[in-house]
Write a protein that binds this ligand. Structure first.
Ligand code: NAG
Ligand code: NAG
Ligand code: NAG
Ligand code: NAG
Ligand code: NAG
Ligand code: NAG
Ligand code: NAG
Ligand code: NAG
Ligand code: NAG
Ligand code: NAG
Length: 374
C-alpha cells in the first residue's frame, strides 16, 4: 500500500514539474487531430512530446508548437499551412511533407537535429528556411526561390538530398530562376543521392566522402548537378572517394575537382556550357561521356575503362587524347577502337547516331543530354 502511494506521489511530482527537463507525453493517446492553433495549444499545454501523429485538418495559416521537443510525425490532411515554427523541436520521427501549399513561405526549425523526411516547396520571393542543427535525415527535398542556404550541421542524408531553385526543375532544359543560390554543406560526409539544380553561385562540400546511392530514391544519377550561374562555378569534392552511382554534371562549370576519386565503376557524364579543361585522376573507370564545351581532357592515371566518348563543341585534339589514353592504359586494340573510343568535334547532335550504349537507361539519358544541348 505504501509503495502504491509513493508511486502516485512521484507521478504527480513529475506532472507538476510541467515543462521541466523530463519529457512529458501529451496524453495517453498516441495520435491527435486538430483544426486550429487554439486546439493545438490546449492539447499541448502541459507536455513536451507528441508520441504518435499530429494530424491537421482544415488547417489555415501558421503552425507553431512552442514547447514540443519531440514529435512522432505531423500530417496535413487538409488545409493550407503558411508557416511552420517549431522552436523547441529536436526530433521529428516522420516526414514533414508540405509540397503543395499555395502560401508556405517560412519553415523555422532552430533546434531540429533529426527528421526522417523533409519535403518542402516554399513560395514567395525570399522564402525563409532555417534548420541550423539538423544533423541527420533520411531525405531532404527543397524547392523555392532560395538564395543563401547553409546546412551547417548536416552530416548524413541516408537517401536523397535534392535542392533546386528553378521555376521548373525538370531534367531537360536550362532553368529559369529568379534567385541565385549560394549553398554550403560544411559538415556533410555521407549522402545517398545528391542533386543540386538551378542558378548556383557557390557550392561547398568540403567533407563529403561517400555517395552511396543504395536506395529507391536515388535514381539514375547519384550525383546530379545542373548548374546555371551568372558566372561558371567550381565543383570541388576534395574528399569524395567512394561513389556508387553515376555522375552527371551539366551547366556553367568553371572546374571539376575530384582528387580522391580513384576507383569509379559507373558512368561519368559532363556537359559544360563554358570552355572547361577536365582533369580527373581516376585510375579505374567505366564509361565516360564528355560533351558540350570541353576544351581539354586529361585522364593521366586511367588504367582501365570500358568506353570513352567525346563530342566537343570546341576544337580538341582527339588523336593526342587517344595517344594519352593508350600511354596510361596499356595496349589497346586499334582495329576495333570505335567500340570503346569515340571522339569528335562539332555538333553535339551527332551523338544520338554515334552512340551505342548497352543499357536502355543510358540510351534514354543520352537522348536527354542531346535534347538539352540543342
Ligand atoms: C509553453 O510553456 C510556457 C512555459 O512553461 C507556458 O507559459 C506556455 O503556456 C506554454 N505554451 C503552450 C502553447 O503550451
Ligand atoms: C494542464 O495543467 C493544468 C494545471 O495543472 C490543468 O488545470 C489543465 O487541465 C492541464 N491541461 C491539460 C490539457 O492537460
Ligand atoms: C497513429 O498514426 C499512425 C500514422 O501516423 C498510425 O500508423 C497509427 O496506427 C496511429 N495510431 C493510432 C493508435 O491510431
Ligand atoms: C519566385 O520569385 C518569382 C519572382 O518574384 C515569382 O514569380 C515566383 O512565383 C517565385 N517562386 C515561387 C515558387 O513562389
Ligand atoms: C540518424 O538518426 C537516426 C534516428 O535518430 C539514428 O537511428 C541513426 O543512427 C542516425 N544516423 C547517424 C549516421 O547518425
Ligand atoms: C543567376 O542569377 C544572377 C543573379 O540573380 C543573374 O545575374 C544571372 O543572370 C542568373 N543566371 C541565369 C543563367 O539565370
Ligand atoms: C559552347 O559555347 C558556345 C559559344 O559560347 C555556345 O554557343 C554553345 O551553346 C555552348 N555549348 C553548350 C553545350 O552550352
Ligand atoms: C588543363 O589542366 C591540366 C591539369 O591541371 C594542365 O596541366 C593543363 O595545362 C591545362 N590546359 C590548359 C590549356 O590550360
Ligand atoms: C575490342 O577491343 C577490346 C579492347 O582491346 C577487346 O577487349 C575486345 O575483345 C575487342 N572486341 C572484339 C570484338 O575483338
Ligand atoms: C582486335 O579487334 C579485331 C576486330 O574486332 C579482332 O579481330 C582481333 O582479334 C582483336 N585483336 C586482339 C589482340 O584483341
Amino acid at each position: 500500500m505504501q509503495l502504491v502511494l509513493l508511486h502516485v506521489v512521484i507521478a504527480c511530482g513529475i506532472l507538476l514539474l510541467g515543462t521541466g527537463t523530463a519529457a512529458q507525453e501529451c496524453a495517453s493517446r498516441a495520435n491527435y487531430t486538430v483544426r486550429t492553433q487554439d486546439e493545438l495549444n490546449t492539447l499541448t499545454r502541459n507536455c513536451t512530446e507528441i508520441v504518435g501523429e499530429l494530424g491537421l485538418v482544415d488547417w489555415s495559416g501558421s503552425l507553431t508548437l512552442p514547447n514540443i521537443t519531440r514529435v512522432g510525425t505531423i500530417t496535413l490532411y487538409s488545409g493550407d499551412v503558411s508557416s511552420v515554427d517549431l522552436p523547441e523541436l529536436e526530433y521529428f520521427g516522420g516526414n514533414l511533407l508540405l509540397t503543395d501549399q499555395p502560401s508556405l513561405s517560412k519553415v523555422i526549425l532552430p533546434k531540429l537535429e533529426y527528421i526522417e523526411g523533409l519535403y518542402l516547396d516554399l513560395v514567395g520571393d525570399s522564402p525563409e528556411l532555417y534548420f541550423p542543427r539538423l544533423t541527420n535525415a533520411s531525405s531532404i527535398h527543397l524547392r523555392g526561390n532560395f538564395s543563401t542556404q547553409s546546412f551547417d550541421s548536416l552530416r548524413v542524408v541516408e537517401k536523397l538530398l535534392d535542392i533546386c531553385n528553378g521555376f521548373s526543375c525538370s531534367f531537360y532544359s536550362r532553368m529559369d530562376t529568379s534567385t541565385s543560390m549560394s549553398l554550403s554543406f560544411p559538415a556533410l560526409e555521407r549522402v545517398g543521392g545528391f542533386k543540386v539544380g538551378g542558378n548556383v553561385t557557390t557550392l561547398s562540400t568540403p567533407e563529403v566522402t561517400t555517395i552511396t546511392c543504395n536506395n529507391d530514391e536515388c535514381d539514375w544519377a547519384a550525383l546530379h548537378l545542373k548548374l546555371y550561374g551568372s558566372s561558371p562555378i567550381a565543383v570541388d569534392f576534395p574528399k569524395l572517394s567512394a561513389m556508387e552511382g553515376n555522375f552527371y554534371i551539366r551547366g556553367d562549370i568553371d572546374s571539376i575537382s575530384l582528387p580522391a576519386l580513384r576507383d569509379y565503376t559507373h558512368e561519368f557524364i559532363a556537359v559544360p556550357y563554358e570552355p572547361l579543361n577536365i582533369t580527373l585522376p581516376v585510375e579505374t573507370g567505366h564509361k565516360f561521356l564528355f560533351s558540350g564545351n570541353v576544351s581539354e581532357i586529361n585522364l593521366p592515371n586511367l588504367k582501365s575503362f570500358s568506353r570513352i566518348h567525346v563530342n566537343s563543341d570546341l576544337k580538341i585534339d582527339c588523336d593526342e587524347f587517344w595517344d594519352d589514353i593508350k600511354r596510361t592504359s596499356g595496349p589497346l586494340n586499334e582495329s576495333n577502337r570505335t567500340e570503346y573510343f569515340q571522339c569528335s568535334v562539332g555538333m553535339s547532335v551527332t551523338y544520338s547516331g554515334v552512340l551505342r550504349v548497352g543499357s536502355a537507361v543510358a540510351v534514354a539519358l543520352l537522348g536527354m543530354v542531346v535534347v538539352g544541348l540543342v
